[in-house]
Design a binder for this molecule. Structure first.
Ligand code: TRP
Length: 364
């Protein structure tokens, strides 16, 4: 490729979304948001706060509304510079549900019932699925689960189609997602291919984007499980807005492993997790940290980590406090993000509607 060509080549489009959360965890920060902020210069980036997805589980209107602002304020505080990317609310952009409907009509129900996350969420909502799938590939609900099945909302089942629409509505090239979303992205790729095949070439087939530096942060209370914002144990999860005192208490009570050596080995999930957090924030490789801590005890690891976490998050906390007081600014960021997103979304939706055979509306 000549230099000229490479200069004129449009930047690839990156899109990712997350449900609005008023409380990002350190895991969200190190595993996702911080990596996104490193992509802003090289790509055209869209970050959606997917409030339409959020209502698939019961949610309080006032909380949902507040979460949207807290979420965007945290993103900006974590380094997502609004001048370099488009941050928008899903509910502000027309097209997500429209495209989702078109895609729904290309999706067999059985494919949705087989989704791991649907099965997990359904199980959490109190109904059991049979251990094995029936020969036709659909989930058989056990007898006691049948009533609960009838009451589960269809939104939870259709969630992955809406997610596919979020991605295809922008013809995104790359989609940063966690391991738990890979199956959904696979469905999205299938749907894009199905549409292209049934009508004609329309959608880019999006690729999952797994950043080179991405660390999976585990629960402090049970290092075999992912750190989660909704953990029942309030010592399990570090939030990026935690005050130093909370950070100290949580790290002090973090589960460590038998023995006293500070090494990141499979039989030491607790210590490995603390080293991963350290490495994520200090930028020092884990091997170097093992060296650094050799001959030292768990207490020293914990106190050094406490200091590091508190110091690293201090600027995020203070920036957040300023931002959350400035609703007008946050609204402007979201309005600009939505305008840019809408412009792109309308074009692609219009193309889809045309291909499907919906007659164009006369503008007069
Ligand atoms: N389902 C994703 C999650 O729970 C959130 C999501 C919705 C998403 N739409 C998306 C992620 C589009 C990437 C692209 O984390």
């Amino acid at each position: 490729m000549s230099e000229n060509e490479s200069l004129s080549k449009p930047k690839s489009v990156i899109l990712t979304c997350a449900q609005p959360t008023g409380n990002l965890t350190l895991g969200n920060y190190l595993g996702a948001v911080r990596n996104w902020s490193e992509m802003l210069d090289r790509h055209e980036c869209y970050f959606g706060i997917v409030d339409l997805h959020a209502i698939t589980t019961p949610s309080e209107p006032a909380v949902l509304r507040q979460n949207a602002y807290q979420c965007v304020a945290q993103y900006i505080a974590c380094g997502l510079d609004p001048d370099k990317c488009h941050q928008f609310l899903q509910s502000h952009v027309i097209g997500h549900t429209e495209l989702a409907w078109v895609l729904t009509c290309l999706t067999p129900i059985g494919e949705l019932q087989r989704m791991t996350q649907f099965k997990d969420k359904a199980a959490k909502l109190g109904f059991k699925t049979a251990e094995t799938d029936s020969p036709d590939g659909e989930i058989k609900f056990s007898h006691e689960g049948a009533r609960a099945q009838a009451s589960i909302n269809a939104g939870l089942l259709c969630y992955p189609v809406l997610m596919a629409a979020d991605i295809l509505l922008y013809n995104a090239d790359l989609v940063p997602v966690g391991e738990d979303q890979r199956q959904h992205l696979e469905l999205c790729r299938d749907l894009a291919q199905r549409f292209n095949h049934q009508y004609s070439e329309t959608f880019v087939i999006p690729e999952p984007y797994v950043p080179k530096t991405g660390s999976r942060i585990m629960s402090l209370a049970d290092p075999t499980r992912k750190m989660s914002k909704s953990d029942d144990n309030d010592r399990a999860t570090l939030f990026i807005l935690d005050e130093p005192d909370r950070i100290r208490k949580k790290i002090a009570s973090a589960v460590t492993d038998s023995g006293s050596e500070i090494r990141a080995t499979a039989d030491k999930p607790g210590v490995s997790n603390l080293l991963t957090i350290h490495s994520g924030l200090s930028g020092r490789p884990v091997a170097e940290l093992e060296e650094h801590f050799s001959g030292k005890g768990y207490g020293e690891l914990k106190s050094e980590l406490t200091e590091l976490v508190s110091e690293s998050l201090a600027p995020v906390r203070s920036r957040y406090r300023e931002l959350i007081e400035d609703k007008a600014y946050l609204k402007t960021v979201l309005a600009q993000g939505a305008a840019a997103a809408q412009k792109r979304a309308y074009k692609i939706l219009a193309k889809v509607y045309r291909k499907v055979g919906f007659p164009e509306r006369e503008r007069n």
